[in-house]
Design a protein around this ligand. Structure first.
Ligand code: SF4
Length: 276
C-alpha cells in the first residue's frame, strides 16, 4: 500500500515528525504535490485549510487529514475527508494506516470517519519517537502547556501537562545539525511543569550541547514574559548564539490579557522588556 504525504510548506515539521514515527512501523511516506493512490495524508492549520478543501473533496484516493484545524473542527473536516486524526499523530497515524491496510473498520482512538468518531485516549510519550530522521525538522523538546490562552490550540492538541524529550535524545538527534533550534511552547520551561522553572535542567541541556550553535527562545519557539529574568538571560547569553529573544506580549491591556486567560500582566511584559 502506497502512503503519500501532501507537501505543504507550513507542515514541514509535522512531516518530519510523522515520517519518523511511521518508519518505526515500516511505513514509508512519498512526498507528493497532489493526492495520489493509495492514501494521501494532509496536515492543515486554519489558515491553509480553505486552500486544500476542494483538493481533498475531489481526491480519488483515501484521504487522512490531521493538524490543528482538523483536530478542532473535525465535524466540519470529516464532511470532505475520509479520516480525520484528532490530536497527536505519532501513535494514531500508523495505527490508522495499519487498520486501512488490514481492511478493518475498527477505528483506532483519535480518529473520526464519516460515520464513526473515536476520541483520543492517549498522549504520546516523547522519548519513544525521534523528532525526525532523514527529513530534518526543528527539534521538538517539549509538548503540552499548563496555560490556556483563549486563542491557542496547543493545550487542546497536547494537553496541560508538559512532556519533555530527554537530554541525551536531543543531543543525539541534533548531532548532524549545525544550527540547533527548538520547538517548544516555552523554551525556558524545559524540564519543568511550565510554571516553576527548572533552569538547572535548561543549563544541563545546554551543557550537553556544548560547542554547538544553539538558538534558544527564538523562532520557531518563544518564551513567556514572566520567565525572563537576569538568571534566565544570563544562561542564554552564556551558552547560546542568539542575541535576541522572542516573548509573547499579546496585549498592553490587563483587561484584554485577563480575557485571554494569559496568566501574566502588562507589567510583566514591561519588566521583561526592561530586563532584556
Ligand atoms: S502559554 Fe503559549 S503555548 Fe501555552 S496556551 Fe498560552 S500561547 Fe499557547
Amino acid at each position: 500500500m502506497k502512503v503519500n504525504w501532501r507537501s505543504i510548506p507550513w507542515a514541514k515539521n509535522s512531516f518530519a515528525a510523522l515520517r519518523a514515527a511511521c518508519e518505526l512501523s515500516d511505513i514509508t511516506f512519498n512526498e507528493v504535490d497532489s493526492p495520489e493512490n493509495d492514501i494521501t495524508c494532509y496536515s492543515l492549520n486554519s489558515v491553509n485549510e480553505p486552500q486544500f478543501r476542494k483538493e481533498i473533496t475531489n481526491a480519488e484516493c483515501i484521504t487522512i487529514v490531521g493538524g490543528p484545524h482538523p483536530s478542532a473542527c473535525w465535524r466540519e473536516v470529516r464532511k470532505y475527508a475520509d479520516y480525520v486524526v484528532i490530536g497527536e499523530g505519532e501513535f494514531t497515524l500508523p495505527a490508522l494506516i495499519a487498520m486501512i491496510a488490514s481492511g478493518s473498520d475498527a477505528l483506532p482512538a483519535g480518529v473520526v470517519s464519516k460515520d464513526q468518531a473515536v476520541m483520543p485516549n492517549h498522549c504520546v510519550f516523547l522519548p519513544s519517537y525521534p523528532p525526525f530522521t532523514k527529513v530534518r525538522g526543528y527539534t521538538e523538546i517539549t509538548r503540552g502547556c499548563p496555560f490556556g490562552c483563549g486563542y491557542c490550540q496547543t493545550p487542546h492538541l497536547f494537553g496541560n501537562h508538559m512532556r519533555h524529550r530527554r537530554i541525551d535524545d536531543i543531543e543525539r538527534a541534533t548531532r548532524v545539525i549545525p544550527d540547533i533550534r527548538f520547538v517548544t511552547p516555552n523554551a525556558l520551561a524545559y524540564g519543568s511543569d511550565g510554571i516553576h522553572l527548572r533552569l538547572d535542567k535548561v543549563e544541563k541541556l545546554f551543557r550537553a550541547l556544548a560547542g554547538r550553535r544553539i538558538f534558544f527562545g527564538t523562532f520557531p519557539s518563544e518564551v513567556r514574559p514572566e520567565c525572563i529574568t537576569d538568571a534566565s538571560l544570563d544562561l542564554i547569553k552564556t551558552h547560546c548564539v542568539n542575541r535576541k529573544i522572542h516573548f509573547g506580549a499579546q496585549s498592553g491591556s490587563n483587561h484584554v490579557l485577563q480575557m485571554l486567560r494569559r496568566g501574566h500582566t502588562a507589567e510583566d511584559v514591561m519588566q521583561a522588556y526592561a530586563t532584556c
